[in-house]
Design a protein around this ligand. Sequence first.
Ligand code: ADP
Ligand code: MG
Length: 631
Amino acid sequence: MVLLDIFDPKAAPRAIGIDLGTTNSIVAAVREGRPVALTTCDGTALLPSVVYYGGAGQTAVGRAAQARATTEPERTIKSAKRFMGRGADDPETKRLGAYKFATPESESDAKIVRFDLGWTTKTPIDVSAEILRSLKTSAVDQLRSVGGAVITVPAYFDDAQRQATRDAGRLAGLEVLRLLNEPTAAALAYGLEKQKNGLFAVYDLGGGTFDVTILSLEDGVFQVKSTGGDSALGGDDMDREIAERLLVATNVERTPEMVSSALVLARRAKHELTDAPETTVTLGDVPFKVERHEFDKWIEPLLERTGRACRRALRDANVSASEVDGVILVGGATRVPAVRAFVEKLFGKPALDDIDPDLVVAYGAAVQADLLAKSSDEILLLDVLPLSLGVETMGGGVDRILPRNTTIPAGARATFTTYADNQTGFEIHVVQGERELSKDCRSLARFSLKGVPPMPAGMARLDVSFDVDENGLLHVTASERTTGVTQTIEVRPSYGLSDEEVEQMLIDALDYGETDLEARRLADTRVEAERIALATRKALVADRALLVEGELETIEKALESLSAASREAESASPIQRAIDALADATHAFAQRRMNHAIQTALSGKTLTETAERVEHAAGIEAHLEQKRERA
Ligand code: ADP
Ligand code: MG
């Protein structure tokens, strides 16, 4: 039956899972209900993510390409994944600049970095497509036909990086069914959903990326609680630690060829140290001995960096390390004994490692591809928002509507009101980030809601709802409640945001937390001061007749003090005190206005005018209530 299935040309094509790694790539498929890694052109499961571009159009992928790295480093591209979705001016591109880059010819050209190979140029998308094409060819050889592919990406990849990965898949002639986060794929490979409930951490240290994810499992449904990591940290950095010392100890001339050889030797030494307490490599006839305990010391700062990201992810998920039921090790670099020991100490328990850490992500991708091909909805995969989404408020503050790490799909609604009389439009500014003032957040979209009928300030009710769908797309709907005027827009929250930028925004939010809050309080209080002053002036004009002896002077003095405080104060408190004083001075007048309005409601006054007076009095009441609470 199984053989028939495989060789039947009319059989439904199989979907494959691809782990497109920075260092190694793997293709897997579900066969007889289990994921298996397919054999690549190298004859092994792991295909080094290296592409060689010789002159005259010869290309080589995998080990054949790797073999050229020493002799023709400028024509051999490795770690192309690190450059996916990056522009020529990207600081990260410059930082990682082990290659010669082509000078961009135009502004649009600069959006994608190009490797200069001497005789031609290639983008990271071209390089990735070359790897995917090779994997696809292997898969077609073994499965007869390929229906579509799930490709994994680091959880931290932003839209540009994901888009670049999709483009590479398309270029390789693959139908990309879905991009799947690598840590989530690992959890699927372990079949953790069968345990029904639990809390898991996925620690993925590959050659070039580090990802940590906290997953919760509730009634067989996964939820990504938080993600964290570092897109520029991995086993390659360990190689550099060794290579640097090797170059110094052997005192060879640092030609590109020598540096490249040193890196190859360093990696070999690292692999040997996984199984042996010491090893010796020889560069330029000079032997260099490394002991495991020395190596462990050299990589300590790298491990500490992963530890910090883990602690942050735990904090974001609101859990402690001891609450985690299981830790999954993913990525070749977790084979290093010091890494395993570090992780087990951090989480206080032995790590899950039954599945080969090199293959686990590809297995999960294959499982997901198989499910999608069968269009089963057995497993519900949920993701989280990397940064909070909100709207700018009057005065420049931010009201967060969906906080960061909210599981998506998600929706939330907030209600706003008009600030000025007869305001017929609202400006809605959608922002992303953790800072208190909108100018420090990232602007995602601005739009306006027009056609609101004229009403006194504070009377209109504007509902703004945010909905983030399973693809991470944000839909914002604004509608005015009394009239039903509605406006909808769609924004892509993470578009063009690199992981470093997300990281930086989070760091800034922590660094500026205190100052931000004070600035926000000041901005909000200023707006409140203006609002109450405006309402008071209006009331004085409308109901002058209701004032008693001396009241006008008291209120006007309070108004003056308030406007002075608002102008001069550098913190919220003096303004708040002036608002309180004005509320005190206006209280009796506002009550009188309200009572009078209600009494005369039936004799000529319009409903709106009555409502406005009631609203004014209620506003003053609310202020005095808050004042009592503060005291
Ligand atoms: P990526 O996801 O970036 O493609 P992998 O998960 O394939 O990376 O991991 C590659 C890294 O794992 C490389 O740095 C490689 O040197 C390292 N690695 C693989 N096997 C071992 C081993 N036995 N001991 C130590 N490191 C290893
Ligand atoms: Mg990996």
